[in-house]
Design a protein around this ligand. Structure first.
Ligand SMILES: *Cc1c(COP(=O)(O)O)cnc(C)c1O
Length: 393
């Protein structure tokens, strides 16, 4: 829900834009860190979910580490003041240039996704006379029970090292003078709402960590990745994730030995609810079979519905419930010249008019970061909440 003050401000602004509720972001970060501290868990923020500068500043100030998936994300994290000793670098296709930059930045750890990558990092580190800390990203073959487009931890996925290659990994680690084994890394998927998935992950991590210890490879870091899902259907009543419930699963099922650290890499759960995409109705097209609301925002601003068939709650914030308007089912579409440029079909909204403001909620994760210039569109703007607008929650 938006306060009348916010809506009044939106009416003065050019659309489309991302509206960031920085107070909600702050509350979410605090809730997460407070829950993590109870178990001495370490939290890294996955920059790929949102690398908006104001968002990064807030997360850095809260004291989280950074989980990066490109050389530029490593640079952005460090430029925003993230402690380099808390920066990890994952990704299935790190280029030599990116690895060299991360070595120069003395980051905490590379999360390595293949034996060949281990060899390359060892070579590049040797050329700089450095030692690179590495964690092995293992594909645990755990089903995330999420959309197949965002599942990463099954054997058919490109991510991580499969368990039958672990002998080779250990042999490579033992003969690579410029690598230091830090521990194990996992990330099984995104938008996971069934906590049973994380329990299954813990059980696999316990087995694998035991196996490494048996090979005389002490595991210091257990990095269990991210993936905690958010409520896209009820963004107002459920605006902060149950971080306690999430961390408790790991507390309960993960075997943590003395001296071992548990690391998390959360993206979506920290930022998704803190932003909405605000746009205007350009045209209302009433057809024989369908009614269309044509917005001034589309897949170039928020591609999740088109890319992942993702659900976002859509509201007409110019006409809130109490008004005595009829409800119409609209296909809410963007202006881009692609038939897939549709946020959702059959959205029940109060009868809408040209110029009405439409909010697409829960757009803080994988929203602005995926904006594109297709159709030579302008880059989407960002607007930030100010104290007086404290949203109704
Ligand atoms: C994307 C990603 C994350 C964050 O995932 P969320 O679902 O946004 O929490 C964490 N770790 C790695 C390696 C990732 O690629």
């Amino acid at each position: 829900m938006f306060s009348t003050a916010s809506i009044a401000r939106f009416n003065q602004l050019e659309t489309p834009f991302y509206y960031y509720n920085l107070q909600l972001l702050q509350q979410t970060l605090e809730a997460c860190l407070q829950a993590a501290r109870q178990h001495q868990f370490h939290v890294h923020y996955a920059l790929k979910a949102n690398f908006n500068s104001k968002v990064l500043q807030a997360i850095q100030a809260a004291g989280m580490g950074a989980d990066c998936v490109s050389g530029n994300e490593v640079k952005a994290a460090i430029a925003h003041g993230f402690d380099k000793g808390k920066v990890v670098f994952a990704g299935v296709g790190k280029s030599d240039r990116e690895i060299n930059a991360a070595l120069d930045a003395d980051i905490f750890c590379f999360n390595v996704e293949s034996v060949q990558e281990l060899e390359v990092i060892n070579e590049l580190a040797a050329a700089k006379d450095k030692t690179a800390q590495v964690a092995i990203r293992i594909n645990p073959n755990v089903d995330a029970h999420t959309h197949h487009y965002i599942t990463t931890g099954l054997e058919e996925n490109k991510f991580g090292i499969n368990t039958w290659q672990l002998d080779e990994v250990v042999a490579t680690l033992k003969t690579s003078a410029n690598l230091k084994f830090a521990g194990l890394h996992f990330h099984v998927g995104s938008q996971i709402t069934n906590l049973e998935v994380f329990k299954n992950l813990c059980l696999r991590v316990n087995e694998l960590s035991e196996w490494f210890e048996q090979q005389q490879m002490p595991v210091r870091v257990l990095n269990v990745g991210g993936g905690l899902g958010v409520d896209y259907y009820q963004p107002d009543t459920n605006n902060i994730c149950d971080f306690e419930g999430y961390f408790n699963v790991f507390k309960q099922y993960l075997k943590v030995k003395a001296g071992q650290e548990v690391h998390f890499e959360l993206g979506r759960a920290l930022v998704a609810q803190s932003a909405s995409l605000i746009s205007r109705v350009l045209y209302v097209k009433n057809g024989r079979k369908k009614n269309f609301l044509v917005l001034d925002a589309g897949m170039t601003e928020l591609i999740r519905p088109m890319l992942y068939q993702a659900y976002h709650h859509i509201e007409n914030i110019s006409r809130q419930q109490n008004e005595d308007t009829a409800t119409v089912n609209y296909d809410v579409v963007g202006p881009i010249c692609e038939s897939t440029d549709c946020f959702r079909t059959g959205v029940a909204l109060p009868q809408s008019k040209r110029g009405d403001l439409i909010a697409v909620r829960t757009a803080g994760a994988y929203g602005e970061v995926m904006a594109s210039g297709y159709n030579l569109r302008d880059h989407v703007q960002s607007v930030y909440s100010v104290e007086q607008e404290q949203e109704v929650m």
